[in-house]
Design a protein around this ligand. Structure first.
Ligand SMILES: [Zn+2]
Ligand SMILES: [Zn+2]
Length: 438
């Protein structure tokens, strides 16, 4: 039997049910229980007054580096970082080494996640063999195996050939899974190190134009319309791409999208000191794009906040900007950045931010045990946060094996205190409690 907890005096914010009230929450045998009607003589009481009790966060976009680069992140270390960040489920991108393009690899990732037992590790499968864009991977087998893959992507790159995209979408639509695209036309983006604009010109760096993203977004929307496939646009970053998705949704198309905390927090001005930590793909854009991302989150064009957590070894990331690989880590800063950049300035309500971090991504991934509602009988996958706590980002204190973040030293508001995964406290008072088996 797992231990019982009684969380007292917290503000329950549960977008799935619309609840926003002060209430006690009881947890027993992995489930949420009715705090009023059940006696809990053996329950550990945790006073959470002044804090928020909400469904655990769900990250649609996490790069774990296992198999292949366990020096940068393992499934265990990435799970610990996720739990510390308030997550109870993460979707593991398939660009590992070897690439997750067969049932045996996604099953291995899934099993290692279960063994770690800190969060639900949901493997995504590659669309094409080796992410080469040439031959379809074993999509059907990955979907039918024990990992039950529901989201397929070649993330790291987009599928360049439109006919290949059409065939993949037709196949995936047959069983209702999600086609997820990293939208970037390679011929336009090749050799670019940052967003193409006035700043790239001033810095003398080759740029990646917004059009490289926008063309592929428009192409994929047209092909989703043609095939009836569910389309998810990864890490949307430009005004034009967001407007295209807004229009497609208005037309009733089933298309979803996500934005990262770095794209609603930073612009290409972060590159001014040639800081390799601010190099990311898609690149940090201009202020107008940053504001368009926020507007998309406000009006629901952008369904979810996803981290694109991308760990890199220090010796590789700490090179000259033109040599350093793109990417930054985000699991342990996402909630605080959302609070600091979206809630504090009044762009989004706390409830909407929790919806974008938890309820919406759980729905996109089809994870019924996550994202709420927080009702008796439901799995106790939930998070307790202090919305007021101020802290300074210190990557050396992270649970991730990597430290590549442009947010080091930044003062932020909002801290994850406790995370419960199927009723077990994976994080208590900000401390990850080792690994447990489920
Ligand atoms: Zn990507
Ligand atoms: Zn990615």
């Amino acid at each position: 039997m797992s231990p019982s907890y009684l969380l007292t005096g917290g503000r329950v914010v549960d977008p799935a049910s619309g609840r926003d009230e002060i209430a006690d929450v009881a947890i027993s045998n992995g489930l949420i229980e009715d705090a009023g009607s059940v006696a809990h003589p053996d329950a550990e009481t945790i006073d959470v007054s002044g804090h928020i009790v909400c469904p655990g966060f769900v990250d649609l976009h996490t790069h774990l580096r296992e198999p292949g680069r366990e020096d940068e992140e393992t499934i265990a270390s990435g799970s610990a970082a996720a739990a510390a960040g308030g997550y109870t489920a993460i979707c593991a991108m398939p660009n590992t080494d070897p690439v997750a393009d067969t049932a045996s690899i996604v099953e291995k990732v899934w099993a290692l996640g279960r063994e770690t037992g800190l969060v639900e590790v949901v493997p995504a499968g590659a669309l094409t063999k080796g992410l080469l864009g040439e031959r379809m991977s074993d999509i059907g087998e990955m979907h039918r195996c024990s990992a039950g893959v529901r989201l397929f992507t070649d993330d790291g790159k987009g599928v360049q050939d439109a006919l290949m995209v059409r065939r993949l979408m037709e196949y995936i639509a047959g069983f209702g899974a999600v086609y997820a695209e990293h939208c970037e036309v390679e011929s336009l983006a090749r050799g670019g190190h940052m967003h193409e604009g006035e700043r790239s010109l001033a810095l003398g760096l080759a740029g990646i134009p917004a059009a490289a993203e926008e063309l592929m977004v428009v192409r994929d929307i047209a092909l989703a319309r043609l095939t009836g496939c569910r389309l998810h646009i990864l890490h949307v970053s430009t005004t034009g791409a967001i407007e295209a998705i807004r229009e497609a949704k208005r037309d009733g198309l089933v298309v979803t999208t996500e934005a990262t905390p770095h794209h609603f927090t930073l612009t290409d001005s972060a590159l001014e000191g040639y800081d390799p930590r601010a190099k990311v793909n898609p690149p940090l854009r201009e202020e107008a794009d940053r504001l368009a991302v926020i507007e998309g989150l406000v009006d629901g064009t952008i369904d979810a906040i996803a981290t694109d957590h991308a760990p890199h070894a220090r010796e590789e990331k700490d090179q000259e900007l033109t040599q350093a690989p793109p990417g930054l880590i985000g699991l342990e800063t996402a909630f605080a950045l959302a609070m600091t950049e979206l809630v504090a300035p009044g762009h989004l309500s706390l409830s909407t931010v929790i919806e974008r971090l938890s309820t919406a991504p759980a729905r996109i991934l089809g994870l019924e045990a996550h994202g709420g509602p927080l009702e008796p009988g439901r799995p106790a996958n939930l998070t307790v946060v202090d919305p007021e706590a101020e802290w300074v980002v210190d990557p050396d204190a992270f649970r991730s094996l990597s430290t590549n973040t442009p947010f080091a030293g930044r003062r932020v508001t909002g801290r994850v205190l406790h995370t419960f995964y199927y009723g077990r406290a994976t994080v208590l008072n900000g401390e990850v409690r080792g690994t447990v088996s489920v």
